[in-house]
Design a protein around this ligand. Structure first.
Ligand SMILES: Cc1cc2nc3c(=O)[nH]c(=O)nc-3n(C[C@H](O)[C@H](O)[C@H](O)COP(=O)(O)O)c2cc1C
Length: 304
């Protein structure tokens, strides 16, 4: 489950988060911080979501099937008061498994489609709608995935016009995942995306890209509140979550720690990891004086 090439992009995620430190404040009245929020009209108890992940059975020696894995993620997320995402991969059954898991939870999930040919995307969009998914998206940074092409599932970059055409076809909130620059965040907005995920795909796509926490502030500045900005990459604790919220993310996605949760303890393992991070987040909020995840001030971060 490593990063691509030298692993520099994966490491950049972790290192960028580690560089930020908190101003500790304990002379205030915050004793019961609120982690609840609403995303795409879904009431959530925590701003920590499960990131879309496919192919983990391959990475983890087949101990779970694709369906078992994603069912644990989608169910465990719901039990933790969150919402989980499913993905799309070189084997078309990966997408099917994700949708099945989401349909099994009455649509309580968000599904991501690879940047395939227009008709292929639209077919999956319709299936996501039929499954009752609460939102849908494209991991646009999957544009260069060689494995997809080798398996006869071509993917490619998309123009704003192409994206606009797809996004206009659905009433579901549309998310573009894999945005790493302010200019592309603006283009995503122009294409009609309701939300973006600032993400380098956990460092699995392009070697030598910056960490999400490095680029997030400039992206938030570029788009303001006109799109919902989410972020992921290297989040391993509630403190990491709070850092991304302080840098302007509305909510955060977590990947690999939930693979550990799912393969170690199934649905309950996923729920446990999300509950632990939420509890750590609460603790960090008390010690920085944050009342609500809906308003996290940038000045909780220490700047030299
Ligand atoms: C094994 C694995 C498979 C992944 N598959 C997908 C996928 O199918 N679609 C997608 O949008 N992102 C995929 N991702 C990226 C995650 O959604 C997320 O961006 C990344 O894992 C976040 O970084 P973290 O693992 O450090 O938390 C995958 C990541 C991993 C580790």
């Amino acid at each position: 489950m490593g990063g691509t090439g030298t692993g520099a992009s994966f490491k950049a995620n972790i290192e960028a988060l580690a560089r930020y430190r908190f101003n500790m404040r304990t002379i205030h009245g915050v004793t019961e911080p609120e982690t609840a929020m609403t995303l795409f009209d879904c009431p959530l108890d925590t701003p920590i979501l499960a990131a879309p992940m496919t192919g983990t059975p391959y990475n983890m020696g087949g101990a779970l099937t694709e369906l078992e894995f994603i069912t644990a993620v989608i169910q465990g997320s719901r039990l933790a008061g969150s919402i989980g995402c499913s993905g799309d991969g070189a084997d078309p059954t990966m997408f099917d498994a994700g949708l099945k898991a989401i349909a099994g939870e009455n649509g309580w999930g968000i599904t991501f489609i690879k940047p395939r040919a227009h008709n292929e995307i639209v077919a999956r969009l319709r299936r996501a709608e039929a499954a009752g998914a609460r939102a849908v998206g494209i991991d646009i940074d999957g544009a260069g995935l060689v494995t997809m092409v080798l398996k006869g599932q071509p993917v490619s970059p998309k123009t704003v016009a192409e994206l606009r055409k797809v996004i206009a076809l659905t009433a579901l909130p549309f998310v573009l995942k894999g945005i790493m620059t302010p200019d592309e965040a603006t283009l995503a907005m122009e294409a009609g995306a309701k939300a973006i995920v600032v993400s380098n795909h956990g460092g699995r796509i392009l070697d030598h890209s910056p960490g999400a926490a490095e680029v997030l502030p400039a992206i938030v500045e570029a788009v303001g509140t006109s799109v919902t900005v989410l972020a992921d990459g290297g989040v391993r604790s509630g403190s990491d979550v709070l850092k991304l919220l302080a840098l302007g993310a509305r909510a955060v996605l977590v990947g690999r720690p939930l693979v550990v949760g799912a393969f170690g303890g199934g649905t309950d393992g996923v729920r446990t990891v999300l509950a632990r991070m939420t509890s750590e987040l609460r603790q960090a909020m008390i010690l920085t004086g944050c009342q609500s995840v809906q308003r996290v001030e940038a000045d909780i971060l220490y700047r030299t």
